[in-house]
Structures are given as C-alpha cells and as structure tokens.
Write a protein that binds this ligand. Structure first.
Ligand SMILES: Cc1cc2nc3c(=O)[nH]c(=O)nc-3n(C[C@H](O)[C@H](O)[C@H](O)COP(=O)(O)OP(=O)(O)OC[C@H]3O[C@@H](n4cnc5c(N)ncnc54)[C@H](O)[C@@H]3O)c2cc1C
Length: 519
C-alpha cells in the first residue's frame, strides 16, 4: 500500500482524497464510523481571506496576535495564503456553505479583524464538511476504508515508520503496512472531565508517537472554549463564538457585562482572554457558570439551528433566556511536531490536523483556523511525498529540533490503577484553565502510571495517561503565562520561554525560537 491514513476527520479524509486522486493505493483506518470525528461537531466554520476587503496579510496578523509569540511565521504564511484555494476546492468537491445575495455569507469570531468565516447549515459546518469529504472518499474506489478499526502502535523498522498494528471490528489484531503513514487522529479533549470533544478524542496518535520516540511539542497549550453550555451532557454542547459575532454578550451572576473591562475587543477578545475572565470569576465567586445573553440575535432558530435545538433540549429558549456557560477543553494546539510539509521526526511518518503541531496556532489557536489547518497541510503531505520527500527538514516547528538522532524509546512507567474519571478530574483541577506548581504537582502523581490494556477502553486510557504526562511536564516547566497556558504563580509572559518544549516520551528539551520566525 502506498499511503495509510489514521483517522477520518477533515485532515485524514483530505489526505486520502488527494492521494487517491494521484492513483495511489490508500487505506483509511478509523476507530469509529467514517464521519465520527471532532470535525463533524464543528459549528462556527472555516476562516479564510477569500475576497477584499479581507486580505491574507490581515488574516496572518490576526493569527499571529492570537498565537502570543509562539506561532511559526512561515507556517502561518502557508496557512493563510493556501487557505482560500483549499476552501474553494472543498466547495468544488460538494461542500455547500451558506450564501447570502449570491455570495458566501461570512461570520466574524473572536480575534478576527473582520468577517471571514464561511459556515454551513447555519452552525452545522463540520457535519456538512464530513458529509462532502466522506462522499468523495467513498466515491473514489481507490480508498479502502476500515471502520471501527483501532490503531494501537506504530511499526518502526530500519529507522522508519512502516505501518501500524490495529484491532479490527472483529477484535482481531493485525498489521497494516504502507510506504507512508499519516497520523490524523485528532485531539485529546477527553483528558478533561468537561470537554466539547467527542469520545474519540483520546490523543491516540500523540501517544503512539511518544511511545515510538517521535517529537511532540506545545501540548501545554490546551485551548479551553469559554462558552460551552453548563449542562450534564458530555461532550458539552458548544455555544459557538459566532453567537458573540452576531451580538451575544457575556454577563456575570448580577447581569453585568464584564468583558468590556477586560479587553478592547470586549466579548470578541481572543479565546484565552475570555476563558480566563470567566474562570477567574467562577473561582473567586464560587460559581459553576456565568451567562451568555443571546437575546439580541435576530432569527436565532434559522441562523443557529443546532444550538437552538440543543438549548431547547436543556429547557431554554435563547431568544428569551440567558444560557449558562463555563469553559471546556476544546482544542489541543500542540501535537506531533512537523515541518512545513507535515513530516514528523520519524521518516515515513507524517501528521496533520489537530494531532499535528505545524506551528500555525502558537500558544492559542485563532477561532476557525483548525479546520483550515487540516485542509491546508493534508495536501502538502501528499505533494511532498509525490515530489520524492522521505524525511523531515528543519522548517516550521522542526527548526531547531534534532533530526539526525535515532528515536530513543523511553521506558514505560509502572502499571498502576487509575480510572478515566480519576484522570479527567485530576487534569481538570490540576492542569485546567488556571494552573500553578502545586496543582500540576498533584496531577503529575496521578498520571505517573500506565494501565493494563485488555480492551480498547484500556488502550485509550493508557494513551490519555501518556499524553497527560507530557502535557503536565511541559506546563510545569513553562514558568510563565502565555496564550492558553495560565500559571497563577507566574502571571507574566517571559522572554526566557519564547520557545517550545519538545518531548519524545522522556525528559523534555527546550528549543528557543529564533526571533525572525516568531511573532
Ligand atoms: C464542538 C466543536 C466545535 C468546533 N468548531 C470548530 C469551528 O467552527 N471551526 C474550526 O476551525 N474548528 C472547530 N473545532 C475544532 C475542529 O473541529 C477540529 O480541530 C478538527 O475538526 C480536527 O480535525 P482532525 O481531522 O484533525 O481530527 P478529528 O476530526 O477529530 O478526526 C480524528 C479521527 O481520527 C480517528 N481516530 C482517533 N484515534 C484513532 C485510533 N487510535 N485509530 C483509528 N482512528 C482513530 C477518529 O475516529 C476520527 O475519525 C471544533 C471542535 C469541536 C469539538
């Protein structure tokens, strides 16, 4: 097989489609049904500078501001300049975005200078993208799709990745071997007890990479979405930032608008600013939620049908009621460290989408840039392989990362007893929106074990523990506050930490970012 793709969200499906169109033999291994992914849940949309008065320069500067000094400027340039073409390609493939008066309807979200977010079905963008990509992938006979097939570990031979072991729908473990393997396994929101991520987001790809000694970076930067609905349902129903783009405002328990005192963009401040403002008030005042006032939004049921239905299921009417909100783990900005073509430090292994760290998000992802990240970097992998590239280069996030050392596999910790609920609780209390040395120390003790893997749930828990150890180690080492990483004991941003913590399953290495590539 030419290409093995792990995962079938926007990143995995885009990679597979581009490869199959070149006539390659391609297999997708995905642990749920084809469309079961975080992508399917995406509401707000895809950000791209499609037409004047917007420009790639403006999109670039908004992305860099949100990234709080840790974006890789080359990666961001690739994202914003190649983004518009990839969005148009997605439309040619059949994705139907919302139109008004014959033109794409654009929404504004936090951190964006002007409306540039295309959306579908009002607030059902991800479902429409998965439908379109899923139809295209299954329509191409060249892609073999293995659903309910769980990738366990990378197979490494002769210093390169040659495939994976996976447990099939029949419960049998088998090997998939390929010339190139792409990790597109998504994020790790299930690390936390309150998350917007679906059950499949258990950091499997990152854990597989860490167990194989592949470089992973920036995982301390877990983005917490400020406005998940405070509701017993998990994943937490998301109240998209596009609501605030359309006029919704945050209010405290007395009905006071507090974001106007926090940031010049008020309710449309970058996500980390809003999440911190809410979390601080919740902690200081002993509250479990604040409020989102959506009552000024015209045509709510038509513009946001998914959110309207979700609020109604909670007995609320967004046209008249304030909606209870609290931050929830939402997006992992870090991941498998890749160069500008998606190559990881292990030849034969590539990564894209949320599982990867291409450098475009820095310390804080700009809203609606993650679907774009998958759309842009997936085809770059295929184009690089087609051009004969076979290993990583010192570009993007891999600049400054040792590339010529053989991967050394770190010893596994002792097997212990920790449940998923205990892990999620410890992470939420110790490594959540607000952290300090003591809280991180406490969670480090909880995650210092491996667990038995008698079934897929056991594998997922072991993977979450593996990712948690690197996340907690990096969050402990980063003695500053920056982007989505808020240390109560180190509230200021420090130039000493203008760089990345890179882990390969063992101790972390700090790689300073040269001034010319950060912003
Ligand atoms: C509620 C919600 C709303 C969002 N809204 C937006 C938005 O409006 N705009 C935006 O840009 N971003 C949004 N995001 C973020 C965005 O949806 C994700 O970052 C993006 O979809 C990730 O795509 P992906 O292909 O990398 O991963 P995913 O879509 O998560 O796909 C991962 C795939 O890997 C598979 N997989 C995982 N582990 C294994 C394994 N061990 N073996 C086999 N298969 C495996 C999964 O089954 C899945 O198919 C939102 C996220 C959520 C949760």
């Amino acid at each position: 097989m030419d290409l093995l793709v792990l995962g079938s969200g926007i990143a995995g499906l885009s990679t597979a489609i581009h490869a199959a169109r070149r006539g390659w033999s391609v297999a997708i291994v995905t642990k749920g049904d084809l469309v079961h992914s975080a992508t399917w849940y995406a509401q707000g949309g895809v950000a791209a500078a499609l037409d004047a008065p917007d420009s790639t320069e403006l999109h670039e500067s908004d992305t860099l501001v949100a990234g709080a000094g840790l974006c890789d400027v080359d990666a961001v340039h690739v994202l914003v300049t190649e983004g518009p073409r990839r969005v148009r390609e997605l439309m040619e493939l059949g994705a139907q975005f919302d139109m008004r008066d014959g033109a794409l309807e654009l929404a504004i979200e936090g951190g964006h200078s002007l409306p540039r977010v295309v959306h579908a079905g009002g607030d059902a963008t991800g479902a429409e993208i998965e439908r379109a990509l899923g139809d295209a992938a299954t329509g191409l006979g060249a892609i073999a799709v293995h659903e309910r097939c769980f990738s366990v570990d990378l197979i490494v031979a002769g210093g390169r990745c040659v495939g994976v072991t996976a447990i099939g729908a029949d419960g049998v473990t088998r090997e998939f071997r390929a010339g190139h393997t792409v990790l597109a396994t998504g994020g790790a929101g299930q690390l936390f007890s309150v998350t917007t991520n679906p059950a499949v987001s258990t950091g499997d790809g990152l854990a597989m990479a860490l167990r194989a000694g592949v470089a992973v970076t920036d995982v301390e930067f877990m983005q917490f979405h400020p406005t998940a609905m405070d509701d017993p349902r998990m994943p937490r129903p998301l109240l998209s930032e596009a609501l605030r783009g359309d006029g919704a405002v945050l209010r405290d328990e007395h009905g006071v608008r507090f974001m106007v005192d926090e940031h010049e963009r008020a309710d449309l401040a970058p996500r980390d600013v809003v999440a911190r403002a809410i979390a601080r008030r919740m902690v200081d005042r002993g509250l479990d939620h604040l409020w989102l006032d959506t009552t000024s939004i015209p045509d709510f049921p038509e513009r946001f049908p998914t959110i309207f239905a979700s609020a109604q299921r909670a007995g609320l009417d967004p046209r008249t009621d304030f909606l209870p909100v609290a931050p929830a783990a939402h997006y992992l900005s870090g991941g498998v460290a890749t160069d500008l073509d998606g190559a990881s430090t292990l030849p034969g292994l590539w990564a894209c989408g949320e599982a990867a760290c291409s450098g475009v998000h820095g310390a804080n992802r700009l809203a609606s840039n993650s679907l774009l990240d998958g759309l842009v970097f997936a085809p770059r992998i295929v184009e690089a392989i087609a051009a004969g590239k076979d290993g990583p280069e010192a570009t993007g996030v891999l600049r400054g990362v040792a590339l010529d050392e053989p991967a050394i596999v770190a010893p596994a910790p002792p097997v212990g007893a920790v449940t998923l609920g205990e892990l999620q609780h410890a992470m939420t209390v110790g490594a959540g929106v607000l952290r300090d040395a003591a809280s991180l120390g406490a969670v480090a003790e909880v995650v210092a074990v491996d667990v038995p893997t008698p079934d897929i749930a056991g594998h997922e828990l072991r993977n979450l523990l593996t990712v948690a150890r690197t996340l907690v180690a990096a969050a402990t080492a980063r003695e500053e506050s920056r982007g989505t990483h808020t240390r109560l004991d180190f509230p200021a941003t420090s130039d000493s930490f203008a760089g990345r913590f890179v882990g390969r399953g063992g101790p972390l290495t700090f790689v300073p970012l040269p001034a010319e590539v950060r912003a």
